[in-house]
Write a protein that binds this ligand. Structure first.
Ligand SMILES: [Zn+2]
Length: 144
């Protein structure tokens, strides 16, 4: 939450339109780098969820299921299934919300532009969703 608040403060105020767009390729990359490093704790949390879920699955299938009776296996299996849905589903919802609030956005369609769209945005200088031109023409390649 602290990292989230820190990011939303306008730190690229030197560029026009409140530091949103139009921007240069260097600015876009800088914003994405900042977004990436701010979401590091979220990545670690995601890896942790996967590791815990895998360990629980291994424990359940190789140890618990061997020694428990049918009703216990059914009950704990159902519980684990719900647990997976809640943790993974909750995490996906949280990540989507985080991305839509913190990633650089297209000024035209407001869709978040992340690392997945980065190559397309830089190559075409336009938004991959609405095709609007969003990056300034680079007038000095050494500036990046
Ligand atoms: Zn767009």
């Amino acid at each position: 939450m602290v990292a989230l608040r820190k990011y939303s403060a306008p730190q690229l105020s030197a560029s026009p339109l409140g530091g949103i767009f139009p921007m240069t390729e260097a600015e876009f990359n800088l914003k994405l780098d900042r977004f990436k490093s701010n979401s590091r704790s979220l990545q670690i949390f995601g890896i942790l969820i996967v590791v815990i879920n895998v360990l629980l699955t291994i424990y359940f299938s190789f140890f618990f299921a061997v020694h428990a009776n049918r009703h216990q296996v059914l009950f704990v299996g159902l519980f684990l299934f719900l647990y997976y849905i809640l943790t993974i589903g909750g995490f996906i919802i949280h990540v989507r919300r985080y991305v839509s609030q913190n990633a650089p956005k297209c000024p035209n369609c407001k869709k978040p532009l992340t690392m997945m769209q980065q190559p397309q945005v830089i190559q075409n200088r336009s938004c991959p969703f609405c095709r609007e031109t969003i990056l300034e023409k680079p007038n000095n390649k050494n500036a990046a």
